[in-house]
Ligand binder design. Sequence first.
Ligand SMILES: NC(=O)c1ccc[n+]([C@@H]2O[C@H](COP(=O)([O-])OP(=O)(O)OC[C@H]3O[C@@H](n4cnc5c(N)ncnc54)[C@H](OP(=O)(O)O)[C@@H]3O)[C@@H](O)[C@H]2O)c1
Length: 503
Amino acid sequence: MTTAEKDHPQTGPFLGVIFGASGDLAKRKLMPAIFNLSRDGLLDSSFAILGVSRKEMTDEAFRKKIIADMEELAPGELTESMKEKLIPHFFYMSGDVTQAETYERLKARMSEINQQCGTGGNAFFYLATAPTLFSPVIHALGNEGLIAETSDYWRRVVIEKPFGHDLGSAQQLNADIQRELGEDQIYRIDHYLGKETVQNIAVLRFANGMFQPFWSNLYIDHVQVTVAETLGVEGRGGYYEHAGALRDMIPNHILQLLSLIAMEMPLSFGADDMRNEQVKVLRAIRPLEGEDVTRNVIRGQYGPGTIDEKKLAAYRDEENVNPESLTETYVAMRLAIDNQRWAGVPFYLRTGKRLAERVTEIVVEFKKPPFTPFRETTVESLEPNQLIIRIQPDEGISLRFVTKVPGTLLELDEVDMEFRYADYFGRAPATGYDRLLYDCIRGEATLFRRADMVEAGWRAIAGIQAEWEVNPESLTDYSSGSWGPAEADALLSRDGRQWRVYV
Ligand SMILES: NC(=O)c1ccc[n+]([C@@H]2O[C@H](COP(=O)([O-])OP(=O)(O)OC[C@H]3O[C@@H](n4cnc5c(N)ncnc54)[C@H](OP(=O)(O)O)[C@@H]3O)[C@@H](O)[C@H]2O)c1
């Protein structure tokens, strides 16, 4: 028995239907996640994956494609014995999901595979397709009776972001899918929540007595969340033109991180208890409107620049991008949370493309001590204590504090106490998709977003979206390879603070 088998039970029998099986998400994330779960001994032997997309392919051709993709993505990892064991579990059906006849054939194919592989009728449907297809596909699955559960088997649907493009469309999407499915059958995936370090935020806060007394406006000065990418739009200009940094990152990934940092202690780590607390704090975010948006939100777009000595083009010169585009590739903001714990503590969030470094980090900065006896030293210039939670890359946690420099003089300096996942646990933390697929198959919804969380995320940025609609020119430039617009630095410096500096 492997360690994984001892620590985690296997999934139980299931059939996973992946719509969009010939696409990028299936290739880069979903299939590798299935392989990882199998390698770790977490999949029941009675499982099957049925890929669906319009491309004509036989089962055989689909299996060959999966092997070729795996060999391209993780050369040498797929052993002959893994291939032999796994590949017969994969099936394919070509079909257009906008056509009713596809679902009749799907029903027949599912029942055939169920007989052949003993999947027990349990099935999830993964919608790795364009968001415009979410509602029609779920509706068609409902019409064909494919998502009705019985006491013998479960049926679930997994949806990828984006869940709408604003509050209204998210409410509409939720209403549409809730007409066909119970909330407990809907798994809205946010792969950030599958990351070990993200889950560890709750563990750090609630399993360690030492942090609890400090976790409030009494001791915390402010919180920073940085999600910085060095990549540009990488050929996805067409998609990004309609998304932009605000929509793409804030209401989902970044507000999820914020909710874990700021939530009250849940009664348990169960799905309802956790999500009830997360949604409460999201609802407490003070909405920004009109003038407040101009004062508290910075919107930028990358111009030309250099990263690693490579010359890079401006966003407006990217493929499929309007040369006069007003889409933002960077956003920074200052949010307030209106509750007793966080009153007076600003939360500064920033995310952008083509920045100087790829890093996702949360910095919790503590207040300086109100009095210190070290008057003759340089204590005034010392930085305050910081707890830094690094989500990627090089996942870990570090604590910055002041110490005495060895020597006869009383000299003080800041040091970092570091914990790195890789040092302690010997292997890189799992990517989000492994964990999330596993949880979905086991019916564990804690790490998936509930309808009210999605809507609370959109509600928090609704005023910003409205203001930018009337005032789309409020965009500043930054050079590729920099840390974003100077205005974002000013957002903090005017409060006497600064973004964490990366060297
Ligand atoms: N790629 C990522 O890393 C990523 C990350 C986060 C979220 N997402 C989300 O995941 C979803 C899929 O993204 P993707 O990047 O995989 O897109 P993609 O590469 O364009 O793949 C789309 C898939 O949908 C299939 N498809 C399109 N129309 C269809 C129809 N009428 N009937 C049946 N199949 C159809 C396509 O296959 P055929 O053309 O053969 O039909 C293809 O397999 C999107 O909602 C995206 O926003 C993707």
